[in-house]
Design a protein around this ligand. Sequence first.
Ligand SMILES: Nc1ncnc2c1ncn2[C@@H]1O[C@H](COP(=O)(O)OP(=O)(O)OP(=O)(O)O)[C@@H](O)[C@H]1O
Length: 274
Amino acid sequence: MASDAYVAWSSQDAVVCRGVGKTWAEGTERAHEALRGIDLDIAPGEFVVLLGPSGCGKSTLLYLIAGLERQTGGRIWAFRDPVEGPSPDRSLIFQETSLFPWLTVWQNVSFGLSIRGAKEAERRAVAKEALQRVGLAEAMDKRPDELSGGMRQRVAVARALAMRPKVLLMDEPFAALDVQTRAKMQDFLLDVWRDSGASVLFVTHHIDEAIALADRVVVFTARPGRIKSIIPIALPRPRDPFSPEAEALRRQLTEELRSEVDRAFAEQEALAAE
Ligand SMILES: Nc1ncnc2c1ncn2[C@@H]1O[C@H](COP(=O)(O)OP(=O)(O)OP(=O)(O)O)[C@@H](O)[C@H]1O
């Protein structure tokens, strides 16, 4: 059920975070505050990139929005409903794709549908359509170990698309790929995103990746992660990474991040010395 208070102030958004915090192992002596006071609205069909130093809580925020973990402060809504657990509306894609090696590509893609009890013919048809959208229809009957790293990530995207999510949560999905494959995957993702109409929340460490992809870049502080700034990128796509506008954004984002990365390093050194 939607909360009345929520509907009154934000009925259009795909995801709304208000005052969201997460302290791991709260109430124990191992308590560890990862996120504090996150206020963030994501519009339907919007591409939002989360950028911040290592350990600032970017992945944690994705897990909270995915409903895989519960926040310890604040509230999260997706399409007006409070997030209280996972939903097929919100698909999470990780850096390292965990495909089942004993299943074929199409069986991997339609795995979520088999849990829902869909028949084989339907699962195959849905998998085929999703694989066509990522340019891998020819690989339907292959096994994951016959694919390259980039192809496996495309299968992971197809698996997420097969559930027709309204929100794609992507945790550094291209981090393990080489530079050329990564650039191709960014173009490919922009095509898929445009076709699907889904909102995307994408975590990266890479300023250039943020500039290539985002409608808005959310810059996080060092841990506990708070939102330091939100920078809109209104450049038309495909974007020229060498344009004066991209160069100015690169400089601005580098400045925003520098002090936070320094703080994160200092904290990690202090922890290592304890
Ligand atoms: N399951 C967990 N239990 C306890 N602490 C955790 C857990 N997951 C993450 N943390 C801690 O929460 C903080 C934020 O971690 P998180 O992985 O969200 O950061 P991140 O910004 O995604 O980092 P990176 O960019 O390095 O992946 C870190 O200090 C991390 O050690």
